[in-house]
Design a protein around this ligand. Structure first.
Ligand code: ADP
Ligand code: MG
Length: 254
């Protein structure tokens, strides 16, 4: 049985068009997503690629309602991702950002413990044990009591991934997790993501790392002009791109 974890139908997102009090005209509109349909299955590792500004971040952010879709429907594990269900959805949908977004005033370990503690998911000892286990898993046990700013970018991103894992998510969304890193730190983060992928967790990864997409993902999705233009296994998409814009995009990337 294939287990569908996400179902997206007719998703559109238009920015702008707000009428500000006193303004004569509404703000200009920009149609970013023009009808996205996709099913994601448990265990999928999906890489999302496409030119800058094509709406990759907007798409990921609509999935966990950091942006409100203009129309269409998103179901996560059978539950509509709407205002009424968003807290429950976010518990099972982790997110890792380009700029880590760790809490600067909390130690590394407290960063991992915060959300499970606020949500009273487990007792204090179990939350602490889980944080220790995750710190060991990302190779940063010695940084438990350090503050984020004392860590390298690569270490901060590994902590951000551990923090997402502290909630035992069913899917993790990654928005260009290595784009803000110095080149020498990209490898350690990609390596951790590769290990994660092998655990079978569902991952959606916006990335420009074509090597990672090729090696680790089972699907690569090319977004352009507000739509999914191709959705193929990496060996097919990279060796036999069909869409002219994908060909042009890849020739610039590789
Ligand atoms: P990508 O992640 O593929 O680079 P984004 O989803 O960030 O693209 O952005 C898609 C388009 O929407 C861009 O033209 C961007 O400038 C615009 N955009 C993104 N966020 C907003 C916003 N909050 N308000 C208005 N326009 C936005
Ligand atoms: Mg983006």
């Amino acid at each position: 049985m294939t287990d569908k974890i996400l179902e997206v139908r007719g998703l559109t997102k238009t920015y702008g068009g707000e009428k500000k009090p006193g303004a004569k005209q509404p703000t200009p509109t920009l149609d970013v997503l023009k009808g996205i349909d996709i099913d994601i299955y448990r265990g999928d590792v999906v890489c999302l690629i496409g030119p800058s500004g094509c709406g990759k971040s907007t798409f990921l952010r609509c999935l966990n309602r950091l942006e409100i879709p203009s129309s269409g429907s998103i179901k996560f594990e059978g539950t509509e991702v709407d205002e009424a269900h968003i807290d429950a959805v976010r518990q099972k949908m982790g997110m890792v950002f380009q700029h880590f977004n760790l809490f600067p005033h909390l130690t590394v370990k407290k960063n991992l413990e915060l959300a499970p503690t606020l949500l009273k998911l487990k007792d204090k000892q179990a939350i602490s044990d889980k944080a220790d286990e995750l710190l060991a898993r990302v190779g940063l046990s010695d940084k438990a009591d350090a503050y984020p700013k004392s860590l390298s970018g690569g270490q901060q991103q590994r902590i951000a991934i551990a923090r997402a894992l502290a909630m035992d998510p069913d899917v993790i969304l990654f928005d260009e997790p290595t784009s803000a890193l110095d080149p020498e730190m990209v490898g350690e983060v990609l390596e951790l993501m590769k290990e994660l992928a092998h655990t079978g967790i569902t991952m959606l990864v916006v990335t420009h790392e074509m090597g990672f997409a090729r090696e680790v993902s089972n699907r690569v999705i090319f977004i352009d002009d507000g739509k999914i233009q191709e959705d193929e296994p990496p060996q097919e998409l990279f060796t036999n791109p069909k869409h002219p814009r994908l060909k042009a995009f890849l020739s610039k990337m590789l």
